[in-house]
Each structure stands twice: as C-alpha cells, then as structure tokens.
Design a protein. Structure first.
Length: 177
C-alpha cells in the first residue's frame, strides 16, 4: 500500500476516454490511494470508447469550482478528444491545473489531455508527449515534444495513448509514492 496516504484528483468531464480514466484509477486504487473525480459536469458524466461510442457513466465526487489543490497530493488528466477540448475551455479546470503546477505537485496527462497544459501556460519549456494530433499545439505552446510512450519531466508525467497505459500507470505510481 505504497500510496495509502495519498489523495489523487482525476480531472475530467463527459467525453473522457474510459480506459484512460479506469486503468490509471484502478492502478492507483490498488496501490492504496484515494482517487476522486473532479469535474465541471454535474452529478454524472459520460465516458466514451474512442470519440463516438458511449461507455459507462461515472459519478462526480467534487465540482471543479469547489476543488482546491490543497486537498490533493497529485492530479491525473485522462484524455479523450471531447473531454480534453471541453476542459481546456473551462476556466475553473484551467485554474486548478495552474494551481497544481504552482504548488509543484505531480501532474500526469495522457493522450489529448496535455492540451490543457498549453491553455494553462505550463507547457512552455517542458519535455512531454501526447497523442500525435496535439503535437503541433504543444510545440506552439513552447513544449519540447517527444514521440515516446511516457515522458517524466520533474513532476510532470505524460503519455501518448491507451497503448501506453502500462508504462503510464507505472510512472505515475512511482512518482506519486
């Protein structure tokens, strides 16, 4: 139970890629962490398989407008095109991401999720990876983009896609413990 004293926020909304939520969340829960869904969605949110197929729904634990970086030890940003695009347009979500970086707490983002890092102004000068379609946006935001399964740059952990979940889950468990 290496993470038994850790409380981890998962920031997401409807359109999240289900496996990018459930796989890291299960890995962290099994390591003893307490995981919490933080979202601008109210009540429940709709996960997806890819961008078109509805998957399960998930209960929101904490509205993003009420979330405080002080309540958590780390932040996970699951991907999904719809989820990531919506979050980067949500001021409360962007501010929460900024707060985690200001507090120098670990942040992990996979697939399209690094889009919010560009929006929050925290990608500049960071080495990271993401889904290939966000590469140009991240480079334009000043990131040093790499095509590799996982990149750890200080307290930032990024990964490309669901294909890289094993490496991503291991990297976040190691960093968060």
């Amino acid at each position: 139970m290496a993470l038994s004293d850790k409380k981890i926020a998962f920031l997401l909304t409807s359109g999240v890629e289900q496996i990018e939520l459930t796989s890291p969340r299960t890995a962290l829960d099994e390591a003893g962490a307490t995981t919490v869904i933080v979202s601008p969605s109210e009540g429940t949110l709709q996960a997806m398989e890819g961008d078109w197929e509805h998957a399960k729904t998930f209960d929101v634990d904490v509205p993003v407008a009420e979330a405080s970086v002080d309540d958590f030890d780390a932040l996970v940003l699951p991907g999904g095109t719809l989820n990531s695009d919506a979050l980067r347009l949500n001021e409360d979500a962007v501010n929460l991401v900024k707060a985690f970086f200001a507090a120098d707490k670990p942040v992990a983002a996979i697939c399209h999720a690094p889009w919010i890092l560009a929006e929050a102004g925290v990608a500049k000068g960071r080495k990271l990876t993401s889904f290939i379609s966000t590469k140009t946006d991240l480079i334009n935001a000043g990131a040093d983009w790499a095509d590799t399964e996982v990149v750890v740059d200080g307290n930032l952990i990024t990964s490309r896609s669901p294909d890289d979940l094993d490496a991503f889950n291991k990297a976040i468990a190691d960093k968060f413990s």
